[in-house]
Design a protein around this ligand. Sequence first.
Ligand code: FEO
Length: 404
Amino acid sequence: MSGAFEAVKVSDHVYWVGAIDWALRDFHGYATSRGTTYNAYLILSDPVVLVDTVKAAFKDEMLARIASLVDPGSIRWIISNHAEMDHSSALPEVVARVRPEKVLASAQGRDALARHFHWDQPVEVVADGQELEVGGVHLRFIETPMLHWPDSMFTLLVEDGVLFSNDAFGMHLAGSARFIDQVPPELWRAEAAKYYANILMPLSPVVAKLLARAAELKLSPRVIAPDHGPIFRRHPENIVRLYAQWSRQEPQRKAVVVHGTMWQSTARMAWAIGEGLAAGGMEVCQMPLGAAHRSDVATELLEAGALIVGSPTINNQIFPTVADVLTYLKGLRPKNLLGAAFGSYGWSGQAVGLIEAQLREMKIDLAGEGLRLQYVPDDEGLSRCRALGERVAAAVVERLGGQA
Ligand code: FEO
């Protein structure tokens, strides 16, 4: 009788032996509304090689999938492409059980593993561009520092053309589909964009350099096997092309309007600003923070031309939900945006100025002076909001050279 968990064939030598985390809803601040997978891969060479492990709680699922193919004790090499815990926290237990001949990692990976696990496990360092032969197949290592941590690297199985890309080209998407061609295109594209925006957006210059280097190295993998989400077994150039596009963060005629509200006055301002933006030819994405998550705001910004932020003033400060999203976005360093601030206030009204200061810090050019309205907006106030939206729309259109 076969067990509950089985390996899935990816190529001549490679099997997926990862785990599905159906329940994950938060990945360091990013709302993973569809869960995720932790992908590990078995290379059935002689000796057997394991590429990455999984989050510790999923170790048994991974070992069961391995056992559906071979005795886990037959694993002789383990490659650790990245030390973050979602890929490495099962590693100490797997090493204790399997007793591999070698654990391989980048130099920074070796140090990061040591600092995570405080172990005496020797780790063999592989260099950027190094190639190792194992059981008649060849593994090439490509350092990809800062994708997503300083230690990160890719491993290419040369004969099968499989690129184990770790965090890059991944997405947080649990499911029974192991391959991207089994997932509706609009779903995987949306999840890949969300992942890029929330994990890789601040690293866009690094992504652009990596893509240029991959072209120089003529990597051209036939399969891209990331550590999260489905595998690109056909047309991996599709996700590479999207990464090239996202890394440029080219602004579009789209405005993201984010606001928090206490008594609906700032909300009413947001709706009126949106009317002006739409009248100016912009696609409008309203993100009221009672309903929208910070990670969805980041996703919408990936292909936007403007960020407009509204907050009431509370105890001389920005409303907490707005402060949260601004802090998060500051770290993600979105590019090529125009901005504006607005908000209702009672007597002191500092929030708009505080938002403008944060937008400037994010190197977002302000498309006009922020708009403050006292207490509840009247018709004249709402007209001024609409005018602000029209002003921002005109500025974005001018920046885009008037093109659609
Ligand atoms: Fe999926 Fe940077 O870990």
